[in-house]
Design a protein around this ligand. Structure first.
Ligand SMILES: *[C@@H]1O[C@H](CO)[C@@H](O)[C@H](O)[C@H]1NC(C)=O
Ligand SMILES: *[C@@H]1O[C@H](CO)[C@@H](O)[C@H](O)[C@H]1NC(C)=O
Length: 377
């Protein structure tokens, strides 16, 4: 009995090792894998294919999406890699984290990507586009993964110990504005709540969801905040302020939500034993001279924009600009892979002290702490 359990565990671990060695997949980077696993929850900024078979307009598995990605259009909402892909590379994974929609067997021990375009903290966010995997559903999918892992390992305690070593990245809230609060024609939220009240409700629900993630076993969690949504091309188009750089009323509503992240992170860290929650500050990461990294076109989307239901996404089979390395925006909502790379780099190693709170992902991974210890600092 005991031997068969031990055998089972070693068999699974052996398979994980073998799969890493003989991986027929693409890419990535040299250097040691810093954590055994990476779990991803979020919206279209992290989605890598979970919406492909859903009945929704929020899809990106058609050209020109993926024009710079080795596998072409995969469901990533950008021209190349998204922030979750870059983070997997930086953390030393030799290939990207599989979407929940297609992950199988022992592959899930490397982590799973649950992210879904149009999804939000609130279940209804994005519903006018069709189906989407809300954060609550992503959490339920994570429970399914954990139950498979427990079966394979034959031991729930061991599974929890394993999960406590994984890094979790969670990026939610954009669609609770873009595809909810900022669409009064489809959603009642802006009629019911003033911006401050809505922000408060959102953060309360988010905090509960992150606590569930902790209960399932997560201990190292990087929470990505929302950016300046009033500056994205789709909102400028919708709100018709073509002369100004951003829609100030949107930025001010979203700021009320952003202001609540730090207190939430403090609360989670002080009330949940052994938890390390960190906040990745998108507003701070956006600071810097874009032209220093070659970005000279900051407001014009690169691809031809669809005017159908998923207005603001690339039109199916439409054209794309050739100077993609100089465009900040890929479509009406999403950055090209260059800002995605910057976001991942600065989330991992903070460039400004405000990029990550209370510390960055390199510290979450433990590698920086170990290095400090080794150097006797
Ligand atoms: C399950 O794993 C834990 C932690 O590694 C270990 O202490 C325990 O003995 C294991 N239980 C069984 C039934 O193998
Ligand atoms: C996020 O960055 C902005 C811009 O630097 C800053 O004003 C804000 O205080 C930061 N938030 C946190 C929680 O550090």
């Amino acid at each position: 009995m005991a031997t068969s359990k031990i055998f089972k565990i070693w068999f699974v671990l052996l398979l994980v090792v073998l799969m890493n060695l003989i991986s027929p997949f693409l890419v990535v980077v040299k250097g040691e894998q810093q954590v055994p696993c990476l779990f991803i929850m979020g919206d279209s900024l992290f989605d890598n294919g979970n919406n492909n078979n859903l009945l929704t307009a929020a899809k990106a598995n058609y050209p020109p999406y993926g024009i710079d990605f080795p596998d072409g259009p995969t469901g990533r909402f950008t021209n190349g890699k998204n922030t979750a892909d870059f983070l997997a590379e930086i953390l030393g994974f030799d290939r990207y984290i599989e979407p929940f929609a297609t992950v199988k067997g022992v592959e899930m021990f490397r982590g799973v990507n649950y992210a879904s375009g149009a999804a939000g903290i609130r279940d209804e966010s994005g519903i006018h586009l069709g189906d989407r995997i809300s954060l609550n559903r992503q959490l339920r999918n994570h429970k399914v993964t954990i139950s498979h892992m427990s079966t394979l390992l034959g031991n729930k305690t061991l599974t929890k110990e394993y999960l406590s070593k994984c890094i979790y990245i969670v990026g939610m809230g954009n669609n609770d504005y873009i595809n909810n609060y900022l669409m009064p024609q489809f959603y009642p939220s802006s009629h019911l709540y003033k911006p401050e009240k809505y922000a408060k409700l959102l953060i309360q629900q988010y905090s509960k969801q992150l606590k569930s993630l902790y209960r399932y076993g997560a201990r190292k969690v990087a929470v990505f905040g929302v950016g300046s949504l009033g500056c994205i091309p789709a909102e400028l188009e919708l709100y018709g302020t073509k002369d100004s750089i951003c829609v100030d009323s949107i930025n001010s509503a979203v700021q009320k939500f952003a202001d609540k992240f730090k207190p939430m992170i403090d609360d989670l860290n002080s009330n949940l034993p052994d938890a390390s929650f960190i906040y990745i500050n998108q507003t701070s990461i956006a600071i810097g001279d874009p032209s220093a990294i070659g970005l000279t076109s900051l407001a014009e989307p690169c691809c031809e924009i669809s005017s159908f239901i998923a207005k603001g996404q690339c039109s199916n089979g439409g054209g794309a600009c050739s100077d993609r390395a100089s465009h900040y925006f890929w479509d009406g909502f999403h950055p090209t892979e260059i800002p995605n790379n910057v976001c991942a780099e600065r989330a991992y190693t903070a460039l400004l002290p405000t990029d990550a709170y209370p510390f960055d992902i390199s510290h979450l991974a433990g590698s920086a702490l170990n290095k400090l210890a080794q150097s006797g600092a």
